[in-house]
Design a protein around this ligand. Sequence first.
Ligand code: GTP
Ligand code: MG
Length: 219
Amino acid sequence: MQRADINQKVLSKNDVAAKKLRDFFRKRSILVLNIESSPGSGKTTLLEKTLPILNKRHKIAVIEGDLRTENDAMRLKQLGINAFQIETWDACHLEAVDIERVIPNLAEDLEIVIIENVGNLVCTASYDLGEDYTFVLLSAAEGDDKPAKYPLIFLHADYFILSKLDLIPYVDFDADRCRKTVLKINPKINILSLSSKTGEGLEEFIETVSLLLIKKKSG
Ligand SMILES: Nc1nc2c(ncn2[C@@H]2O[C@H](COP(=O)(O)OP(=O)(O)OP(=O)(O)O)[C@@H](O)[C@H]2O)c(=O)[nH]1
Ligand SMILES: [Mg+2]
């Protein structure tokens, strides 16, 4: 009982900070995407494969969240992408105040902020970061039963990305069953399927991000 009360207070403090962030980004017509998944589903690899193209079209910044290391931000910086690393130490998710701290470093003419959340299929779903859209990845290597077992993150997401399609021939993963389960949890969710290894589906992801920016700019 007491634990529930404490959680409620923490969440509402985050919601206040997230609202401030959303107002800030709305005023500047900056599109904000929050990318979530369990560790290793391919979030950074997807950004490595697609941002060099998107970065030529739009002014982009990436905020990387991990418990430790600057590795993911470094991977993107090596490709010329403006990336900021947040080390959360023991926190399993990013909070709105973490994003707030990066704001002074963002360029004036920024168009897109992509947040790669800490790899975690559970608690990231409970923290609003002021984003416009949430993308949740699940890779073919993780098992098609995961959406049914961890439904909250799929319920809150706007886009479901089935990643590592290239692995399907080698693992017992029923892609149709997985997509159906996700749609049952969240009938409004948009679904993309891709492989960062073969390039399948990457063009659709790139076009989706560009279209979401046009939508944001047109109010
Ligand atoms: N076969 C295959 N491997 C992939 C694909 N995408 C990523 N990987 C591999 O999966 C591993 C994890 O990829 P990352 O992109 O680091 O995963 P992540 O979700 O960013 O991981 P965290 O930031 O630690 O949560 C790496 O070894 C990648 O090379 C894919 O489409 N196919
Ligand atoms: Mg990563």
